[in-house]
Design a protein around this ligand. Structure first.
Ligand code: RP5
Length: 168
């Protein structure tokens, strides 16, 4: 049996450098949970060969989950899902022209047969894509399941029972 040291479990891909301010929220959430990842720019439009090579080889490289963020006519998550059997979570990035509604609709409306698990527009989607990836990985990793439980307990504990004035 060969040892699988080729890739971290999560790939975070995005269509452009301009997506990183949103997608780094996924990276930071994975960091908080102690999950390794590789973050890459892979554009469906500008680097189609890079997309093909990445997506068709992702499982063989050792990735378990792919988080794909893109904005505008956001083909990246769907094209990636078409080329790999791995779970793909899509994050719609806010676009300048349509505030990300275009990104959302182009990611979420996959025809039956090739699923993309689509999250919310922007930061919330990026954070939740990381948490959903953690949930999937935790099915086979008890230590990660405990870290995820602890993350959620800390979140619960951080919510005050009553609101405070900002100036108080
Ligand atoms: C998409 O086009 C990218 O995912 C990005 O959200 C959007 C704009 O890209 P840039 O023109 O800023 O590189 O492919």
């Amino acid at each position: 049996m060969t040892e699988d040291t080729a890739a971290p479990p999560v790939a975070i891909i995005m269509g452009s450098q301009s997506d990183w301010p949103v997608m780094r929220n996924a990276a930071e959430t994975l960091d908080a949970l102690g999950i390794a990842y590789s973050a890459r720019i892979v554009s469906a439009h500008r680097t189609p060969k890079r997309l093909y090579d990445f997506a068709s080889g992702a499982k063989g490289e050792g990735f378990k989950v792919i988080i794909a963020g893109a904005g505008g006519a956001a083909h990246l998550p769907g094209m990636t899902a078409a080329l790999t059997p791995l779970p793909v979570f899509g994050v719609p990035v806010e676009s300048r022209a349509l505030s990300g509604k275009d990104s959302l609709l182009s990611i979420v409306q996959m025809p039956a047969g090739i699923p993309v698990g689509t999250l919310a527009i922007g930061r919330a989607g990026a954070v939740n894509a990381a948490l959903l990836s953690a949930s999937v990985l935790a099915l086979g990793d008890e230590a990660l399941a405990e870290r995820l439980d602890a993350y959620r307990e800390r979140q619960t504990a951080s919510v005050a029972e009553t609101p405070k004035d900002d100036d108080g």
